[in-house]
Design a protein around this ligand. Structure first.
Ligand code: BDR
Ligand code: CA
Length: 302
C-alpha cells in the first residue's frame, strides 16, 4: 500500500474523505495531522480522533498542527459545519488521545525516516502545516513524494470571494509558499469538486445499503443538506482528493503555472494562471458520476 499522511480540518467533507481513505486498502495511513480551518484546532483534532474511533482505527496517531495562519490573524470561525464542525453527527470519543508532539515535528521526523518520495500527503484544509514544513524544514519537505490538495478555483467562481476558495483564502501566504516550493503539487479546485455532487437519492442509497460506514457518510451528507435548505445536491469537496489519488483516470489533469493572490480582502488566496508562476498539476475536469460511484462502492463494502 501507499504510505499517506492526511492533513485536515474536519469538517463534514473532510470526515467523508477520511472515511473513504480508511476504506481503501491502497492506503497505509501513517498519521493524521490537523489544522485550524472549518473550526478551531482543538475541535478539528478532536474530530479526527472521533472519526478514527468510529472506524475502529485508534491505532492511527493524530498530531495537532497549526492553530492560526502563517502571518495573518485567524479568520473568525465561520462554523459552516455546525458548532462541532461535523454537523452534529454523533461520533464516539477518541479511543486514544492526540499525540503530545506537534504535527510539524512528527511530520519532519517521519519523512526523514522514510525513503525519499515514498510519502504522499493528502491535504484537505488550509495549507498552514505544509507551508511551515516547506519553510522551516526544507530538508524534510523535499522528501514528500507529492501533495494532493483540495483548494482553489480556476475558471469557476470562488466560494468565499468572487475568485477565492476557502482553503487557500484561509491562509494565502501558506498556499503561496506551497505552490512556490519544489514539492510536487496536485490541486483539486472547485472546478472539479463542484462536479462530484451528492444528491438526496445518493444519501438514501448509502443508508439503504446497511453498512456502518455508508450509514455514517449518509448522516454526514444529510447534515450538510440541513445546513442549507432548498438544495438539490451538495458538492463533496475533500473526498475528491482521495478519489484522485485512487483513480486519476477519472480526472482531466493539466499542468498550469499559478500564482496566489496574497493581498487583502475577499479574493486573498485566489489563483491566477501566469507564465511566471510555479508549475502545478491541476484537475480541471472529472467524470462526476464515476467518481461518486467509486466512493459509494468503497463505503458500501465496509
Ligand atoms: C473546502 O473548504 C472547507 O470548508 C471544506 O472542508 C473544503 O476543504 C472547500 O472550499
Ligand atoms: Ca476541509
Amino acid at each position: 500500500p501507499r504510505l499517506i499522511v492526511i492533513d485536515t480540518d474536519p469538517g463534514i467533507d473532510d470526515a467523508i474523505g477520511i472515511l473513504l481513505a480508511l476504506a481503501s486498502p491502497e492506503f497505509d495511513i501513517a498519521g493524521i495531522t490537523t489544522v485550524a480551518g472549518n473550526i478551531g484546532i482543538e475541535t478539528t483534532t478532536l474530530n479526527a480522533g472521533r472519526l478514527l474511533a468510529f472506524a475502529g482505527r485508534g491505532d492511527i496517531p493524530v498530531f495537532q498542527g497549526a492553530a492560526a495562519p502563517l502571518s495573518r490573524p485567524g479568520p473568525e470561525p465561520l462554523n459552516l459545519h455546525g458548532e462541532d464542525g461535523i454537523g452534529g453527527v454523533a461520533l464516539p470519543a477518541p479511543t486514544r488521545g492526540r499525540e503530545s508532539r506537534h504535527a510539524l515535528e512528527w511530520l519532519a521526523e517521519f519523512l526523514l525516516a522514510r525513503p525519499e518520495g515514498s510519502v504522499e500527503v493528502l491535504a484537505l484544509g488550509p495549507l498552514t502545516n505544509l507551508a511551515r514544513l516547506v519553510l522551516e524544514r526544507p530538508d524534510a519537505a523535499k522528501r514528500i513524494g507529492r501533495i494532493i490538495a483540495m483548494g482553489g478555483a480556476i475558471h469557476e467562481r470562488g466560494n468565499v470571494g468572487p475568485r477565492a476558495e476557502f482553503n487557500l483564502w484561509a491562509d494565502p501566504e501558506a498556499a503561496a509558499a506551497v505552490v512556490a516550493s519544489d514539492v510536487p503539487l496536485a490541486l483539486i479546485p472547485l472546478d472539479v469538486t463542484r462536479r462530484v455532487r451528492a444528491t438526496r437519492e445518493f444519501v438514501e442509497a448509502l443508508s439503504a445499503s446497511g453498512g456502518p460506514l455508508a450509514a455514517m457518510v449518509a448522516r454526514l451528507i444529510q447534515s450538510y443538506f440541513e445546513s442549507e435548505t432548498n438544495r438539490e445536491s451538495r458538492p463533496l469537496h475533500d473526498p475528491c482528493v482521495m478519489l484522485c489519488a485512487l483513480a486519476p483516470e477519472l480526472f482531466r489533469i493539466e499542468e498550469l503555472r499559478l500564482t496566489v493572490d496574497t493581498g487583502a480582502g475577499d479574493d486573498a488566496g485566489a489563483l491566477t494562471i501566469d507564465g511566471s508562476g510555479s508549475p502545478v498539476h491541476v484537475a480541471l475536469g472529472v467524470d462526476g458520476p464515476a467518481a461518486l460511484d467509486l466512493l459509494a462502492r468503497r463505503l458500501m463494502r465496509n
